[in-house]
Design a protein around this ligand. Sequence first.
Ligand SMILES: [Zn+2]
Length: 445
Amino acid sequence: MSATWVITGATLPDGRRADLVLTGGRVREVAGAGRADVPPGARTVDADGLVALPGLVDLHTHLREPGREDAETVETGTRAAAAGGWTAVHAMANTDPVADTAGVVEQVHRLGVTAGWCDVRPVGAVTVGLRGERLAELGAMATSAARVRVFSDDGHCVADPLLMRRALEYVRAFDGVVAQHAQDPRLTEGAQMNEGEVSAVLGLAGWPSVAEEAVIARDVLLAAHVGSRVHVCHVSTAGSVEIVRLAKARGLPVTAEVTPHHLVLTDDLVRSYDPVYKVNPPLRTPADVEALRAAVADGTIDVIATDHAPHPTEAKDCEWAAAAMGMTGLETALGVVQEALVDTGLLDWAGVAERMSAAPARIGRLDDPALGLHAHGRGLVEGAPAHVTLHDPTARWTVDPAAQHTQGRNTPFRGRELPGRVVATFLRGAPTLLDGALVDPGERA
Ligand SMILES: [Zn+2]
């Protein structure tokens, strides 16, 4: 059982100042600042000037284990998560072997428990081997000890409409969701970057917006037809935003996410030919960035998810065409979100809490106690599990890849100054990060 911690004078997402008493793994009391009843022996954190957010929940993380431990392990990835303020992450299925059986998802789940840095919810593959040919054992993964609720072939699109329909029908039985990597494979053959003015100048093969938008349009109609939930991974274009907005206006069961990097970076950066900017979906145009920011602000986009994609140095340290796609993101996400959305006045901290904790937990059914797992996304309210992120919005820091906890050095923000710094993370009332330093499981009080 963890010790009692009292966080004093924190600013809650709604702007109130409060003391938080954490004991027995739960939030025992939320009192006005300076008014908490501090039990004897309690440890305190002075949170004057800090924003207290509910523990962040990432709906889209690549932890790479099993099979690609040269890129990341569950241990290193979840250390990075704790450092970035995350208390739960969904681990994508494109590992080696692919997480397409109960055995593999249980292995990933167990590795997360053993590491102890945050809760790891495995994502199950939709199709065997991510090959898009036949459905994986979705039911067995759902009833396994990992209790999988999110299924995705991420990295690949479930392109076959009949397979997509069958997957949606299957997951409906246990209230699961299919998270689609929307990319028409035929329209993006050989694609190297966003199709547009910059790709024309550079002579690189383009990934057109319509390849994403066409799949989203099809999938929301399929989900509506089946009566099942579909979630769109990493929305990247203004046109995709319009389709999701239209679908929501019609009451269709769709949710959507955006990555921090798509909220600030554009395809103009590709002119450098630096593979750190190579990502899927690709960086788009300033108009797309503007539309994505507006969509997060008005709730069309439900979730900000990292798509943390670490790679070994040699996979990025090569010419553009040969480089792997992906960027790390767990340790920079909150700073980028502050810069893009909070400091610009588009979103308040309550909106951040909704997009980075409550909504992803709801979509992944992490808020469901019936799953018998540890609830997330219930907010900083009395009785809720004590997952807390303390963020200093006045801090500024320069991103140094070598100083990060992820094994991946492929951050597009290296050398860049970001606003806001995560200073503490509490998982079930015990600190995984304190005063900006990780706290090893054996040393947690
Ligand atoms: Zn993807």
